[in-house]
Design a protein around this ligand. Structure first.
Ligand code: UDP
Length: 409
């Protein structure tokens, strides 16, 4: 069993400076009937990727409100994570011809984890497809099980989705990140936006000297434009497409490109993609490919803050937390119009959307030559995140969900 210890606590009252004391009061009022009640969150990695990022902040905040949370990570061998990564890509629409063995591997690891995890608390929240089969453990219908899906299910591979559907339909409800991701299901569906923590190490203000230090450590020139994409090295994040867009921009602007990413323990493809990225970047000292440790929030924060433009050129995306992180820092963002990104980037209002390498390059060039428009997009982006994508709103949704499922006892 792998219970995750979350990052350091930040008192809930500290958030009053960002969202106002009234919102904090509302959270406390919602949490009052939930004092001492137990919640178990289960996902497949403790670091790397947006789900771990959110749980790391959500769990201590909920505990500050008096709920008893635990966060567990399922364990699996390489064979399991190969299968779940293929499922993940296939659910995002990639071609995949599953073999019966793949489903056997998936089932086998669900069974192994069933024996390791408690899963007996009042509210069990299972994140994403990897642990979805734990619902098998639901014996008596006494506790509440909700599936929290973070990926774009709008065009799933039918074989994989049919397989998962048999599990998902046994839950009490399913949570999606965008209305377009919802599927035909016999259970209630809820819309929860993913969210960032404005006070976490990833997003809080940083002293300029710290940012300057990070730039100098990675030999990035602060005086020339910096284009940045922060992402796991994953084909669906299209790092090679980012390099191609940068090369177009480079004909017109003497800019630098930072591709920074770590890995996630549930993503076996990262090393291969990183190799391809190194090969594509070879010979250009202005492309910095940074392999970050899986947990390096302050470095990520500094790189985002130092950027002239933040890029998120994903081919498919669940939500893309990196977009909200950049907008919170008032950065102009150029991102692909996929998955949950258009919820965050309202084109020409909170950032610019693109649909191709050429489109991405075009929007970057536009922003580099119109700094006042870039600054305005960043300002509006910050407000948009403040209104919609902060962890306190996410927490409020969970509290409301628990109240509606379990009522006040
Ligand atoms: N991230 C990070 N270090 C990295 C790459 C990504 O801390 O090297 C973080 C990033 O800041 C964001 C999350 O991981 O908080 C990625 O979430 P997103 O929704 O953008 O993508 P996912 O990886 O979940 O597909």
């Amino acid at each position: 069993m792998t219970e995750v210890q979350t990052a350091n606590r930040i008192p809930l009252d500290d958030y009053a400076a960002v969202i106002g004391a009234g919102e904090i009061e509302e959270l406390r009022a919602l949490a009052r009937p939930l004092q001492g009640r137990r919640v178990e969150m289960v996902n497949s990695t403790a670091v790397g990727g947006g789900v771990a990022e959110m749980l790391n902040r959500l769990v201590p905040l909920a505990e500050d409100l008096g709920l008893l949370f635990r966060w567990d990570v399922i364990t699996g061998g390489e064979d399991f994570f190969q299968v779940t990564k293929s499922f993940h890509n296939a659910l995002h629409g990639a071609p995949y011809h599953p073999q019966p063995r793949d489903f056997d591997i998936f089932r086998e690891y669900q069974q192994r984890n069933l024996h390791r995890l408690p899963l007996d608390v009042e509210f069990v929240i299972i994140h994403d497809p990897q642990p979805v089969g734990l619902i098998e453990d639901r014996t008596n219908g006494k506790n509440h099980w909700v599936w929290r899906c973070h990926i774009d299910l709008s065009h799933p591979n039918p074989t994989v989705w049919n397989f998962l559907h048999s599990y998902v339909s046994r839950y009490d409800g399913a949570i999606f990140s965008s209305p377009e991701f919802a599927r035909q299901l016999p259970i209630p569906q809820y819309l929860f936006y993913p969210a960032i923590d404005p006070l976490s190490e990833k997003n809080r203000d940083l002293p300029p000297e710290f940012i300057a230090n990070v730039l100098s450590r990675y030999q990035i020139d602060p005086l020339r434009p910096i284009l940045t994409q922060i992402s796991r090295f994953d084909r669906l994040k299209d790092p090679l497409g980012v390099i191609r867009a940068y090369r177009i921009v480079k004909r017109y602007f003497d800019c630098q490109l930072v591709l920074a990413g770590g890995s996630a323990s549930d993503d076996p493809e990262g090393a291969q993609v990183l190799k391809e990225v190194h090969r594509a970047a070879e010979g250009d000292p202005d492309i910095k490919v940074l392999e970050l440790p899986a947990w390096a929030p302050l470095e990520v924060n500094a790189l985002q803050r130092a950027s002239s433009i933040v890029i998120q050129k994903s081919l498919r995306e669940g939500f893309g937390l990196t977009v909200s992180e950049a907008l919170w820092k008032k950065k102009p963002v150029v991102a692909s119009a996929v998955g949950g990104i258009p919820t965050q980037i309202i084109h020409k209002h909170t950032g610019l959307l693109a649909h191709s390498v050429e489109g991405t390059a075009y929007q970057i060039r536009f922003l580099l030559s119109h700094p006042e428009i870039a600054a305005r997009l960043g300002e509006r982006g910050h407000e948009h995140v403040k209104e919609n994508f902060l962890i306190t709103q996410n927490l409020k949704r969970y509290l409301t969900l628990f109240l509606s499922l379990g009522g006040a006892v």
